[in-house]
Design a protein around this ligand. Structure first.
Ligand code: FAD
Length: 441
């Protein structure tokens, strides 16, 4: 092979498609029985229950991913949001067609501060010291946070939903860059057929170029000689057979922690990562064991008889204890759930290792927001946590690592190498653009 790609997630599939289009012989190795990683879905009672993403592409049909899919000729359709969003605040939902609609729930005094902050963030050049500051500290220096509680909650809920980070975990520079890109590219979109359809089309494209995909096959070791990558050792999970495959180029879609492990002939296991990351007192410990800081979350799939969100965008939750935001993707594509039913997905940052408490808080938030309608009309399908080696982002926004490793011919793609300002799958797509640029250099 000319190239071996570890992991058939979105990053691995996009990298494979590009290399194949350049005439390379490519092998994708995926340890699961299916491709797509955290950007696919399983059919549960007629509902597209996703393995990760909420069926949403952050920058919509004008974004980096959409542009890349068009360039690759991957059949797909994106339904851009029809509103800026809605906001659950003061015990009810406020719909906001454009950004200025936030005035409805902020009131005149907080709205004035909102406009001033917007001016500073978009049009002033901030000194480096302010740019490096965690965003919560920067906000404290700009506004009286006690007098502007909904304004603070506005930023917090967007950061929790879009980045899976609290405001103290993200730098001011990163908030500014991602916000600028949100406006530069446009509204988020729901993928027609859900994220599973998109990675299914990409998988078909890879196969149509005669790219090989080994499913249920795990890379056990990345091989190198004199600091140059030479291939991988793999294990076919069904037969148990091991095999050495050679290639001068290895692209890893599994993040720096697992990739480094494979270079040292060591498998990184989820249980060990969680043990190292969480102290006995149930608090999350960023400084523990290794310095890879991921973004962690909890997602709930809900099937409802009635519509609870009246638009195609995101409902940000400002007055909840945990849930940061929700979408109702069946507003864009009703086929994501059985006829007449509505799929809703909520997302929150998990703040401790006490998963039961995190779930209880999610449930309490849902009952608070939708009242009796929730118990009468809604059924919880799944409630899953995402952390360790299966997180929301393998490296937190703004902390991403370099795509090129010390070993020649070994590169990282995916959500551990998102360029600054590019979130979620837009970051994955942009990581692939960066990898291709590095190859051309
Ligand atoms: P992955 O999808 O994780 O792919 C890596 C693949 O490598 C996996 O398939 C894995 O099985 C395989 N693998 C691992 N180790 C090995 C090995 N040793 N050998 C072989 N194969 C291996 N993004 C959005 O844009 N919009 C959203 O709405 C959104 N919502 C999200 C909600 C949640 C709850 C979560 C968890 C994520 C969300 N994301 C969202 C993020 C998005 O899902 C990820 O950024 C993206 O899917 C990551 O793709 P990837 O290719 O980098 O990694």
């Amino acid at each position: 092979f000319d190239a071996i790609i570890i992991g058939a997630g979105l990053g691995g599939l996009l990298s494979a498609a590009h290399l194949l289009q350049r005439g390379k012989q490519v092998l994708l190795v995926e340890r699961l029985p299916h491709s797509g990683g955290r950007f696919t879905a399983k059919n549960l009672h007629g509902v597209q229950v996703s393995t990760g993403a909420v069926h949403m592409v952050p920058f919509g049909s004008s974004g980096v991913l959409s542009h890349m899919l068009r360039r690759l000729n991957v059949p797909h359709r994106l339904y851009d949001a029809d509103v800026f969003g809605s906001f659950h605040v003061h015990g009810r939902q406020y719909r906001s067609r454009g950004l200025l609609g936030v005035a409805k729930f902020l009131g005149p005094a907080q709205f004035r501060q909102f406009m001033r902050l917007g001016y500073v963030m978009f049009f002033q050049k901030l000194p480096d010291q302010q740019r490096q500051m965690p965003f919560d500290l920067w906000l404290e220096r700009q506004i009286d946070v006690r007098r502007n509680p909904q304004l603070v909650a506005f930023f917090a809920s967007i950061s929790r939903f879009a980045l899976s980070l609290e405001l103290h975990q993200v730098s001011t520079a990163e908030v500014i860059r991602t916000t600028k890109n949100m406006f530069r590219y446009g509204a988020p979109a729901i993928v027609a057929g859900g994220c599973g359809e998109l990675t299914r089309q990409l998988t078909q494209l890879v196969q149509s170029y005669n790219g090989e995909i080994f499913l249920s096959c795990e890379v056990l070791e990345i091989l190198q000689e004199q600091n140059k990558v030479t291939g991988v050792r793999i294990k076919h999970k069904v037969t148990g057979a091991e095999e050495v495959l050679r290639a001068p180029l290895v692209v890893s879609d599994i993040g720096p922690r697992a990739t480094t492990g494979l270079l040292e002939n060591r498998r990184v296991r989820q249980a060990e990562v969680l043990k190292q990351k969480y102290a006995d007192d149930h608090t999350f410990n960023d400084t523990a064991a290794d310095d890879v800081q991921e973004a962690v979350g909890l997602k709930v799939h809900i099937l409802s008889d009635i519509s609870l969100i009246p638009h195609k965008g995101i409902m940000y939750c400002l007055d909840t204890k945990r849930i940061a935001g929700m979408v109702q993707p069946t507003n864009s594509d009703p086929s994501l759930a059985p006829a007449g039913k509505h799929l809703l997905i909520s997302h929150q940052v998990i703040q401790s290792n006490n998963v039961e408490e995190e779930r209880a808080l999610a449930l309490a938030d849902l009952r608070f927001m939708f009242g009796a309608a929730f118990d009468q009309h809604c059924q919880i399908l799944t409630m899953g946590t995402y952390r360790g080696e299966w997180p929301v982002n393998r490296v937190a926004q703004g902390e991403d690592v370099e795509p090129q490793l010390d070993v020649q011919g070994l590169y990282l793609v995916g959500d551990a190498v998102k360029p600054s300002g590019y979130l979620m799958v837009e970051g994955v797509a942009q990581s692939v653009n960066n990898f291709l640029d590095l190859l051309d250099d």
